[in-house]
Design a protein around this ligand. Structure first.
Ligand code: FES
Ligand code: FES
Length: 161
């Protein structure tokens, strides 16, 4: 089947099997390795991408579901000001980023903050519940999101909260 979608802001098209996994399309057809192959069963979050504004495990998304959608991977997102907000917020709060699940945490943070500019602690923990992370304490994650929200507001509107 032909699959047309928007990938990191660009219109793309490819021929593939209807049930091909999105993670494989990204890694093999588009040479985008940022979505990592972990459990390949929806349990670790390492393969997260943003699909139509929500983080999803790309290992569970078949090609037919991708048609007409907008997908953002860490490679595309890392080119944005919003990415820099999150990096700065995480650094300020001391959020651990060992390299293993960084892209998943960053994309989950972005999807959350686009939905809720000032999420509460429970919303934050819920948004990250699909990511298996060995390093990050829940408190530092909550602090990292709060710091990112401040930094983003300052950048966008030139004032604090
Ligand atoms: S590799 Fe997709 S959730 Fe683990
Ligand atoms: S930052 Fe190390 S596993 Fe998540």
């Amino acid at each position: 089947m032909t699959v047309n979608f928007i990938l990191n802001g660009e219109d793309v098209s490819l021929q593939t099997e209807a049930d091909a996994r999105l993670i494989d399309l990204l890694r093999k057809n588009f040479t985008l390795p940022g979505a990592k192959a972990g459990c390949l069963s929806g349990n670790c979050g390492l393969c997260f991408v943003i699909l139509n504004g929500k983080v999803v495990p790309s290992c569970l998304i078949p090609a037919f579901r991708v048609r007409g959608s907008e997908i953002i991977t860490i490679e595309g997102f890392s080119q944005t000001d919003e990415y820099q907000d999150i990096i700065a917020g995480f650094q300020e709060a001391g959020v651990a980023c060992c390299g293993y699940c960084d892209s998943a945490k960053i994309l989950a943070a972005q999807a959350l903050l686009e939905r809720r500019s000032r999420p509460g602690r429970e919303e934050i923990l819920d948004a990250f519940s699909g990511i298996i992370c060995r390093c990050t304490e829940p408190e530092s994650l909550a602090a990292g999101i709060s710091a990112t929200a401040d930094i983003r507001q300052q950048r966008r509107y030139g004032r604090g909260v």
